[in-house]
Write a protein that binds this ligand. Structure first.
Ligand code: HEM
Length: 465
């Protein structure tokens, strides 16, 4: 069979299509889904510069992320290099492998030693502030509690709260929106023009970054002085000390990685938790089942070690939140040489999007994909036309990516988010406020475009404060 060329790949490509994509850049997931539905599993994406291709079939996603990942590099790293040049997400090759191994060891220590205590403590603090009958923003609640947890895990107690209080959230959210998948697909010269065009705004973002970085540098100095080790050690202390994690990480690497993890962990966790809370607030059967599981949680952290294994429904709700609202909704790569994908020959430097948003909402893998149905994930489940989870293609669901860049924080997310969701619904019943219809906004991560308002009612009198 003769291979088709890049120019034969179906999909919109005219200037008018490019303009339309620009106008829909914060709705880009919807635009990509339409392209995939109209043009197939390998389709052109109308963004200027090097050719862009959307790859939606799970088998091709696996090929790119795992089995043939050596033929693909990260893309969009020009902008990332400017923001966090030495973090895991911006480096490649041996340096990436070495630092990834060190970070994985570090997070494993945190997972076994600190995650339960920290999450339960911070969850209790956040939940005790809520009052019966309040209307709360579930997104803001999720952001505050996830950020507090991330700070406690990453930094010594003395430094964590101070660093977090110095962050200008709006500036960071703006940075996350601005450098979205559309922006990263544009040529570097264009990215520079955009940054210059909104100079005042961008200077504020850069100033925030400098401010946080200065705090990190100071915190690293004090962490050295405190030299914390053992069960109470935080990520920064473990990396500074180096004894337990295969060596000391140099300051510039550590600062960038800490900043990345602070943002990567709190933003993604907060978004996923917020959508799960929101959807459950719209389905009382869902939250009642989570509540029953949450009622088995103990205030003694160590007693909850095995809890999430039995909290099947809580887990299923989070899985469904990751399916419908994948916080990382698109990942991108570029071909390092000419590469054959399916029937097409992609040339070197082709920019490839794989999109969790598109693939997770494909009815071939998830019937009625626009319905939030945690029962899809129950171990024995086969609801109606639904395939049991283990019969779906592996990469029909890939919220944490795959292969050598698979998310290093998944296990932390799993523990943290299930404890938070269980704790919340064990105490509170939530009802969506009428006329509040949050929609996803496609920045670097998938955030709700407005507050997620819900009214809360106390479930059990014993939780009276
Ligand atoms: C809902 C929660 C989360 C989601 C959906 C998520 C998603 C992802 C995805 C899709 C990737 C791969 C990106 C790519 O292939 O280009 C990734 C990488 C990464 N994640 Fe997460 N993540 C989550 C939570 C976390 C947490 C809690 C941490 C840290 C504690 C974390 C730290 C990282 C880091 C450092 C990388 C880069 C890994 C590398 O390049 O080697 N993430 N994440």
């Amino acid at each position: 069979m003769t291979l088709k060329r890049l120019s034969d790949i179906p999909g919109p490509r005219t200037l008018a299509d490019q303009w339309s994509m620009y106008r829909r850049r914060y709705q880009m997931g919807h635009a990509l889904r339409e392209i995939s539905q109209s043009h197939g599993d390998i389709a052109r994406v109308p963004i200027a510069g090097d050719p862009k291709v959307l790859v939606s079939h799970p088998d091709h996603v696996r090929e790119i992320m795992v089995s043939n990942s050596q033929y693909f590099g990260i893309s969009g790293q020009d902008l990332l290099r400017r923001v966090v040049p030495w973090s895991l997400i911006a480096i490649e090759g041996q340096l990436h492998d070495e630092h990834r191994a060190m970070m994985l060891l570090t997070l494993r220590k945190i997972l076994t030693r600190r995650i339960l205590t920290t999450t339960i403590l911070r969850a209790n603090q956040a939940l005790s502030k809520l009052r019966d009958g309040d209307v709360i923003d579930l997104y803001q609640f999720s952001r505050e509690v996830s950020l507090a947890i991330a700070a406690s895990l990453l930094f010594p107690a003395e430094a964590g709260d101070e660093i977090v209080s110095g962050i200008d959230h709006k500036a960071f959210l703006d940075l996350m929106s601005q450098s979205n998948a559309w922006f990263l697909g544009m040529p570097l010269a264009f990215q520079n023009i955009c940054l210059l065009a909104d100079l005042r705004h961008n200077m504020k973002i850069m100033a925030t970054r400098r401010h946080v970085r200065r705090q990190l540098t100071d915190a690293i100095k004090s962490a050295r002085a405190l030299s914390r080790s053992g069960p109470d050690a935080d990520v920064m202390s473990l990396l500074t000390d180096g004894a337990e994690v295969g060596g000391r990480m140099r300051d510039e690497f550590m600062e960038d990685n800490l900043l990345t993890i602070l943002l990567a962990s709190y933003d993604t966790t907060a978004n996923t938790l917020a959508w799960a809370l929101w959807e459950a607030a719209g389905q009382s059967a869902v939250q009642n089942r989570i509540s029953e599981e949450g009622a088995r949680l103990s205030d003694i952290p160590a007693d909850n070690l095995e809890w999430s294994n039995s909290a099947v429904w809580t887990e299923a709700t989070l899985q469904e939140s990751l399916r419908m609202y994948p916080s990382i909704w698109a990942t991108s790569r570029r071909t390092l040489s000419d590469y054959r994908l399916g029937d097409f020959l992609l040339s070197k430097n082709t920019f490839i999007y794989t999109s969790q948003w598109v693939t997770h909402r494909d009815p071939r893998w998830f019937p009625n994909p626009l319905e939030f149905r945690p029962e899809r994930w129950e171990p024995e489940a086969s609801c109606g036309t639904e395939k049991p989870a283990d019969e779906r293609p592996q990469f029909s669901f890939f919220p944490f990516g795959g292969g050598k860049r698979f998310c290093i924080g998944k296990a932390i997310f799993d523990q943290e988010a299930s404890l938070l969701l269980g704790s919340f619904f064990s105490r509170w019943e939530a009802t969506q406020v009428e006329d509040c219809h949050p929609e996803p906004r496609f920045g670097v991560t998938l955030q709700p475009d407005r507050p997620m308002l819900a009214q809360i009612k106390r479930r059990r009198p014993e939780f009276e404060s």
